[in-house]
Ligand binder design. Sequence first.
Ligand code: MF3
Ligand code: CO
Length: 273
Amino acid sequence: MIHYKTKAEIEVMRESCLLVSKSLASIAKILKPGITTLSLDKIIGDFIRDHDAVPSFLNYRGYPFNSCISVNDVVVHGFPNKNELKEGDIVSIDIGVYKNGFHGDHAYTFAIGDPGHEVAKLIRVTKESLYAGIEKAVAGNRVGDISNAIQEHTEKKYGYGVVRELVGHGLGRSMHEDPQVPNYGKRGSGGKMKEGLVLAIEPMINLGKKEVYTESDGWTVRTVDHQPSVHFEHDVCVQKNKADILSDYSIIEVAEKSNANLFTEDKSMIDAM
Ligand code: MF3
Ligand code: CO
């Protein structure tokens, strides 16, 4: 069953979605080699609670952390752990918050320093595919139009692997509402979208083959070929001519850039020595 949101509910949801963006921006500022993903998870949990919200993921179907932190060949649902991030890693951070009765749920993939040309391109193209999908999230279109746009931009155009087992979803008073939003599919297929439908659109795109497996912890999803995977997720509300993006990448990107500049300054200082 689909729950369409009123204008007032959308504004409440915007606050939840923006709190996720702010959490991601706060992490973007401090990402660097040597930091453990478990310490990031702790900071995320504190940040969310300090903003009068609850981490949606914690205890969701028994999930044991505040966030999902997925490094390199981990596609999604990675457990934060005591391993240190290192130069060249890529890390997808997925956060959910519950505030004023509604969830926000979105994700961003960061590079720690320089991941190399090929992986940097995978990150860029996956983000582009998310926006290509969002462009189709307008009233009168069908869910498959979003799915198709993502698949065309990643699999068709660049030969990347589009994960089939996990999909985007409706979002609201529950973290997972109808409809499902696959990242592959036929144009014109699926349900017709109407104003007030809020979707979490989340391409999970592999550099290599599309196949993934779940580890024995019951959560961690990895690529079968162990090549890297990228995940971006935005929360959007379907409207007449243009989707309303409730989450905000701009604040994350500003934080990411200033942090990246610090990195290169550090390095030039080392080079100068
Ligand atoms: N963004 C993911 C999703 O939409 C996060 C859920 S994972 C869990 O499914 F940790 F909450 F379980
Ligand atoms: Co999601």
